[in-house]
Design a protein around this ligand. Structure first.
Ligand code: FAD
Length: 304
């Protein structure tokens, strides 16, 4: 058993940056709620991230790697382990026409800004999508008719057996809101994306249109993590419609409410706790099952 100062010393040596303790994860998660992490740090290189994971393994510490925190919540009693943020891995470079190399922690908004700066087309659909490129690949985030699977050429990931390895798109196992990384535990550190030279005006126009649509739908009015449940493609009706027709719009538990403008969004009214989300999700699953016979599968990740 290691003392807290010993762990902090080992981790910060590996990370090459200071390590925070008892760190509020509400600050890192778009839902703006959840407990504290025992240790939190943001390594600046893939090697430093690998060394931090090595320390966690050696000291038998639980760890999780997060990006923008836009699709996850930490339980109210916190995480007794190490949270490693990828936000320091945020490089961007144009390797050749049509090939862009990015760090896993690059914020989608920053990538959008680069596409405008360098007139690259192929990422307009992700305008206003909260989170990082790594989180988007992990989730195979999807919106406005496209998903990360459509732009990934290769992904470089940390594996426990081989260290850093580069996977082809075919090896990423992309399916609806899923990728091989959700099962393998590998950590995405960078990706090569297929974004091609285009017309600045057309790129800017579509980028603005998509962002405006999100704003018109009220997506940024309250803290949330976007859609809470996956769509069930066997049933063919979007999860939001199933929740709405089960009469659940506006239903509230504690400080978390089913959003009136989009029933698949749960929103934090300001006093929300993670337990409120879990209770509301259970209620929605029960009511939707009773009304429609469909068992909704969560899209958001609950930690631990
Ligand atoms: C207002 C709003 C609107 C949204 N709209 C959409 C939408 O239209 N479509 C959609 O698909 N999603 C949507 N989302 C959800 C969210 O934006 C996406 O799921 C996003 O891709 C999450 O990225 P992230 O970096 O925040 O991941 P995080 O929330 O940080 O992490 C999500 C999961 O990925 C894992 N992870 C993160 N980075 C890595 C990495 N580098 N290596 C390995 N594992 C990693 C984490 O451990 C966690 O399990 C929305 C969210 C909000 C708040």
């Amino acid at each position: 058993m290691h003392t807290l100062p010993e762990v902090v010393a080992k981790l910060s040596r590996a990370a090459g940056v200071p390590v925070s303790t008892d760190f509020s994860m509400a600050r890192e998660c778009s839902f703006r709620l959840g407990g504290n992490a025992r240790y939190f740090c943001t390594p600046l290189t893939a090697e430093a991230l690998r060394d931090c994971i090595e320390v966690c393994r050696r000291l038998s510490l639980a760890y999780i790697v997060i990006g923008g925190g836009a699709n996850l919540v930490f339980r109210d009693d916190g995480f007794d382990g190490v949270v490693l943020s990828t936000k320091g891995l945020n490089h961007f470079s144009i390797v050749s026409p049509g090939r862009v190399q990015v760090g896993a922690g690059l914020d989608n908004a920053d990538l959008t800004a680069y596409t405008l700066q360098y007139a690259l087309t192929g990422f307009e659909w992700a305008s206003g999508l909260p989170g990082t490129v790594g989180g988007g690949i992990f989730m195979n985030a999807k919106c406005y008719g496209a998903s990360f699977a459509d732009i990934v050429l290769t992904v470089t990931a940390l594996t426990s057996a081989e260290g850093l390895t580069t996977k082809s798109k075919a090896d990423c196992g992309f399916t609806y809101k899923n990728s091989v990384f959700q099962q393998s535990g590998e950590i995405i550190v960078s990706a090569m994306l297929g974004l091609t030279p285009g017309q600045t005006e057309a790129i800017a126009g579509r980028t603005k249109e998509v962002l405006q649509d999100r704003m018109d739908k009220g997506q940024f009015l309250f803290p949330s993590a976007g859609c809470v449940f996956k769509n069930d493609y066997h049933c063919g009706i979007p999860a939001g419609s199933l929740i709405e027709t089960a009469g659940l719009k506006g239903r509230q538990i504690g400080g978390v409410r089913v959003f009136e403008q989009h029933a698949n969004f749960l929103v934090n009214t300001g006093r929300g706790r993670t337990q409120d989300i879990l209770d509301l999700m259970a209620l929605i699953q029960d009511e939707v099952f009773k009304k429609h016979g469909v068992r909704l599968e969560p899209e958001i990740k609950i930690v631990p």
